[in-house]
Design a protein around this ligand. Structure first.
Ligand code: XUL
Ligand code: CO
Length: 435
């Protein structure tokens, strides 16, 4: 039985194709820098957006057509959704997926019943993985949707809510392990505050660190080998989220001795909300040896919220792929489309257009990034810009850590340094030439 009877398996037809249901650039086996595109890009689909997002907004009802869904909280409905999802993965050639516990299985307002439902759906997902070869990029627990988490989960003022969150993470980790998940994400949607007038920030942050330490202990206890990630985001739904950006996350992980067990999952729209470029966030993570995975989407600069749009901006995808190539590629991570269609794009067909577009935009980004690297002019310029550190006084400063007095002596006995151009416009022109 097919849930998308009118949609064929999407094939690569090349840049001249006008077929909306074909890839123009994503050619999974095509080698870039000696590695197949599919292994560079490691695309993932987000279960919550593909299967569960009704596309409502703060002003209006859901619009998404989901003819396969009876909207009940039954396990049979949940299993049928999984059937639809795996057909979608097959037809789009997306190799990985990601989910929250409550996306794949119902919240039944009873911990034991919800956990049993999760485990039953997990077995069903496992069968699909085994017959399709698709893999779980990461799992996570939804610790922000249910009203019990209105004040936070790991940072809740009520210790019983903290305990519930811990119990829910335990079950979600069990499910992720059963599915051989390559990773597990912590996104602290409500781990923050609305106002400091009613908040004990120190206590909340310490509790969050405790929750993560317990997760690390549990991971060791069950022998789960996936990678843990923290996903920075500055706000929405909270006014201030403690994991506000990559630098804040790294500081938190260092302060609480968690850096050895966590990497970052960086999302483009979250970078925008934090007032950073995506390449800034990626660079901060890479410099700390902590870039794990990417939630691939884009925001809208005219709207101040997390619009989770599909990535279509070629500058954006090129800059992301430059960073990924510079890092040497993903290991456990990938490019998860944490993206939803616009409310007005409510047909199942739009799901295909959206993902095809995102995959092609990243395939082009990959080809452009490889071209920038092969061209070498930008790299050579940057290397040369710092060349005064490779010899003479620069080398001496880097290797011997001289005193201020020595440097004052050097300055007094040498001519004024000549001002060099940063050539920003030239760099931008070279990137444009290669796009
Ligand atoms: C929310 C967001 C989440 C995480 C997983 O903005 O990005 O969907 O990716 O909880
Ligand atoms: Co995300």
């Amino acid at each position: 039985m097919s849930f998308f009877p009118d949609i064929p398996k999407i094939a690569y037809e090349g840049p001249s194709s006008k077929n909306p249901l074909a890839f123009k650039h994503y050619n999974p086996e095509q080698l870039v820098e000696g590695k197949p595109m599919r292994d560079h890009l490691r695309f993932g689909a987000a279960y919550w957006h593909v299967m569960r997002n009704g596309l409502s907004d703060p002003f209006g009802a859901p619009t998404a057509l989901m003819p396969w869904d009876d909207y009940s909280d039954s396990v049979s409905n949940a299993k049928q959704r999984a059937d639809v999802f795996f057909e979608f993965l097959d037809k789009t050639s997306i190799d990985f997926y990601c989910f929250h516990d409550r996306d794949v299985a119902p919240e039944l307002n009873d911990y034991t019943k919800s956990t049993e439902a999760l485990m039953e759906v997990t077995s069903h997902l496992l069968q699909h993985q085994q017959s399709s070869g698709k893999k779980l990029l990461w799992g996570t627990a939804c610790l922000f949707g249910h009203p019990r988490y209105a004040h936070g989960a790991g940072t809740a003022p009520d210790a019983r809510v903290f305990a519930y969150a811990a119990a829910q993470v335990k079950a979600a980790m069990d499910a992720t392990q059963a599915l051989d998940g390559l990773g597990y994400v912590f996104w602290g949607g409500r781990e923050g505050y609305g106002s400091l007038l009613n908040t004990n920030m120190k206590r909340e942050v310490e509790h969050l660190a405790m929750l993560l330490h317990m997760a690390v202990d549990y991971k060791r206890a069950i022998g789960f080998t996936g990678q843990f990630y923290i996903e920075p985001k500055p706000r929405e739904p909270s006014t201030h989220q403690y994991d506000s950006d990559a630098a804040a996350c790294l500081n938190f992980l260092r302060e609480f001795d968690l850096l050895g067990d966590f990497k970052l999952n960086i999302e483009t729209n979250h970078a925008t909300l934090a007032g950073h470029t995506m390449e800034h966030e990626l660079t901060v993570a890479i410099n700390a040896g902590a870039l794990g995975s990417v939630d691939a989407n884009q925001g809208d600069t005219l709207l101040g919220w997390d619009t989770d749009q599909f990535p279509t901006d070629l500058y954006g995808t090129s800059k992301v792929m430059l960073k990924v190539l510079e890092m040497g590629g993903f290991t456990t991570g990938g490019l998860n489309f944490d993206a939803k269609r616009r409310r007005e794009s409510h047909e199942p067909l739009d799901l295909f257009h959206a993902h095809i577009g995102g995959m092609d935009a990243f395939a082009r980004g990959l080809k452009i990034a490889a071209a920038v690297r092969a061209d070498g002019r930008i790299d050579a310029f940057v290397k040369n810009r710092y060349s005064s550190w490779d010899a003479g006084i620069g080398q001496h400063i880097e290797s011997a850590k001289p005193t201020f007095a020595e440097l004052a002596d050097f300055v007094a006995n040498n001519p004024e340094p000549a001002l060099a151009s940063g050539r920003q416009e030239l760099m931008e022109n070279i990137l444009n030439e290669l796009i």
